[in-house]
Design a protein around this ligand. Structure first.
Ligand SMILES: Cc1cc2nc3c(=O)[nH]c(=O)nc-3n(C[C@H](O)[C@H](O)[C@H](O)COP(=O)(O)OP(=O)(O)OC[C@H]3O[C@@H](n4cnc5c(N)ncnc54)[C@H](O)[C@@H]3O)c2cc1C
Length: 116
């Protein structure tokens, strides 16, 4: 197995079926991943796609930060009594362990809020 880092797929080439995938090298500028313009091609009989998701259509009163729901350290959003955590929330890394920890922190704060 070959692992490639700092590349992103930009095209699939083939005549009716995948034969090659074209990848563009990336670099990080101002905290964002950007293509360098330099590409490479790899032979590929099959290509599996892992997609990302973005937040659209959220209620106006939900404030965003960097395209994610803005939360404080306890997961509170800009809307009273609404908490968020995990990949959809601003702040931590997009990892399972982070999502679980943020769920725990929010649950503790929700409990405190409800108990007064
Ligand atoms: C390919 C890949 C590999 C990864 N590998 C790792 C790894 O090795 N280690 C690691 O720690 N993390 C890894 N992650 C990241 C990890 O999967 C996420 O950080 C984690 O799943 C975030 O949990 P979450 O509960 O915030 O979101 P999710 O797990 O995405 O859960 C959100 C849920 O909400 C549901 N949903 C969405 N919209 C609605 C709606 N409108 N109404 C109702 N339900 C809705 C979705 O169907 C989904 O079930 C990986 C992610 C990907 C994509």
């Amino acid at each position: 197995m070959t692992l490639l880092f700092n590349v992103m797929p930009v095209a699939i080439h083939g005549n009716g079926a995948a034969a090659e995938i074209e990848l563009e090298y990336t670099s990080v500028e101002d905290g964002r991943v950007r293509g360098t313009g330099e590409t490479m091609r790899l032979a590929a009989e099959q290509v599996y796609k892992a997609i990302g998701q973005s937040l659209v259509g959220q209620p106006e009163e939900v404030e965003l930060e960097g395209g994610k729901i803005m939360v404080d350290a306890t997961g509170r959003t800009s809307v009273a009594m609404v908490w968020a955590g995990g990949d959809c929330a601003s702040g931590g890394e997009d990892l399972t362990v982070t999502a679980v920890a943020e769920g725990r922190d929010a649950a503790m704060d929700i409990h405190t809020s409800l108990m007064g």
